[in-house]
Design a binder for this molecule. Structure first.
Ligand SMILES: [Zn+2]
Length: 151
């Protein structure tokens, strides 16, 4: 497993592999790193792979929750998430964008009902999974940069 040595192996935690090259920083942002997390994190960017270049993020002592996995799917649709325990992969799964995104992304239209004071949760229809494209269920606006609008 020589190619795994590009960044250090971790004992416990999560490895997010096959991130669209250049998007590792956005993944860190979604995970609240470094602001709200003290986990040790390793990042490899532009790693050569069979399918072109990719980024890899390894987060020690932390397992992502399904909500975070959904957010990652929005900016890294090919990502695979590996949970690591004692250096071994215990669970491996590919992120999958659902057909609808509720309460994860805010609408870029300031007059959208989902941005009004009433408690209406934002709701987006996924119109393309790769590259990810979504449009607002209420006003049909498409965010220009999804990562920017993730709540
Ligand atoms: Zn809207």
């Amino acid at each position: 497993m020589k190619k795994e040595l590009k960044i250090p192996r971790i004992k416990d935690g999560t490895v997010i592999d096959h991130i669209t090259a250049g998007n590792a920083v956005k993944v860190l942002h979604i995970l609240g790193i470094p602001k709200s997390s003290s986990s040790t994190v390793s990042v490899a960017m532009n790693v050569k792979s069979k399918l072109g270049k990719k980024d890899i993020v390894k987060v020690e002592n932390r397992e992502l929750d399904p909500h975070e996995v959904n957010k990652i799917a929005l900016i890294a649709p090919k990502a695979s998430i590996n949970f690591i325990r004692d250096y071994a992969v215990t669970k491996k799964h590919k992120v999958k964008l659902p057909d609808e995104i509720i309460g994860i992304v805010s609408c870029s239209n300031p007059t959208c009902v989902s941005n009004a004071k009433e408690p209406v949760k934002s709701r987006f229809i996924v119109i393309s999974k790769d590259p990810p494209r979504i449009k607002c269920y209420y006003c049909e606006r498409e965010p220009e940069d999804i990562a920017d609008k993730i709540i």
